[in-house]
Ligand binder design. Sequence first.
Ligand code: NAP
Length: 458
Amino acid sequence: MCGFRGTGKTEIGKVMAERLHLPFIDTDQLIEFRTGRSIPTIFHEEGEERFRAVERDVIAALPKKDVVVSTGGGVVIDPSNVEHLRKDSMLVLLVADIDTIEQRLLRKPRPPLTGLPLREEIAELMDRRRQNYYAASDFCIDTSETTVEVAAERVIRTLQDGTLTIKQRETGMAFFKTGRIPAPAFHTLETMFTAPARDPLTRLMGVAGYPCAHSKSPALFNTLFTRYSLNYHYTWFEDPEIDEIMRIARSLDVKGLSITIPFKQDVIPHLDEVDEHDARQIGAVNTVVFACGSAIGYNTDWLGVRKPLVTLKGATAVLLGAGGVAAGAAYALTDLDMKVTILNRTPKNAEVLAAQFGCGWGTLEDIGKIKPDLVVNATPLGMHPDDHSPLSDDQLNKEMTVFDLVYTPPETPLIKQARRIGCRTITGTEMFIEQAREQFYLFFGIDVPAEQVREMIP
Ligand code: NAP
């Protein structure tokens, strides 16, 4: 059980353990037992950092057997805690509205975590940790207007039966029959949804696009699920209509979607929230997290473009293309203080994107006038089965760095051409690795090392 203080983790956990005839563990109590001091005393004498260190040790040493565990409210902030807790386990997030939490905390005071008055502290911390809670958990139960016994029963029922009705599963199968899913992957879905011995707790995720059969995300994510012992399956949601994909995803209680061509902008009206920091400013979403009845959109593409370019801060850059990925790339390049010119087949689209980020703009032919240090390709040119480079040999020179965001094939015509000319090259695989790591963190709260992702890419 995870969730903010005052959502009922300990009380509900105790009732569940009793009904399921399992041991009950409260990590806060374990910390007090281990240190021989109360939590307020640890906070007061040694500070939150020391408390978090003991908490980390306690989480790592939890027994690997059937047991009900209630965790401290801040446990989910540390990705290594989430990795340990998630291994072969189901995490249930308990939520409650702010009035309920305030009332419960007034009855049973806990040490303050900020200098703010109680209600403001609750609002501030709930907001700050919400994304961590959503990522760390598999199921969500609202405990605001219910008794401990009823809430415990709801958690037990969810953990026994999952969340999908027969009707929802039938609708799901009808949808997947219309997509171009490879036969073995379709068979996996049939087993998940219709086999008598199906595991009702296996949850679905996927890549949403049209087309999206080229995506390497299913192979990567399914390998990550095995590596981190997560009871999830990742597949292809291929359909010409994003509203149909979102309808099915909500109905199948999908945990998350990666969004690809051509839906990165079109998906926004179908979301309950868009991350205000980056996705809103970019105007494109490539990651949707479903949690507690909400669909929240994020953009991790821009981080995938930014990370391999940090040493080129302040460079003169040309960005080819003005679509969804180009928007994230423009955000990343301007974030690195680069002087950016956007060149596109349809100049009007370049002009619109350029205005959004304060860049120059033009047509692909204008590259000769600019003499950039960096060229970033955000068009699909060179993506299998296409075998064209967006540039001719005389538009490149060996002083340039060339970053092709296309990653299928790993060595695109542009990358081969740039290497022949002597340019420094960065392949689309580098972007894929970084954006996938960030997505996995948003979906599950686990920090995967880049090298591990690289080894897992098919
Ligand atoms: P998009 O929204 O469809 O935009 C495509 C852009 O490319 C548009 O500006 C379009 O110009 C231009 N374009 C399309 N066909 C062209 C052609 N034949 N000649 C010249 N320009 C052309 O696509 P997107 O979502 O931005 O994705 C772009 C590429 O990024 C994908 O193909 C994919 O390979 C790559 N990608 C890589 C990663 C990664 O992790 N490495 C992740 C996602 C995507 P108009 O404005 O004239 O239509």
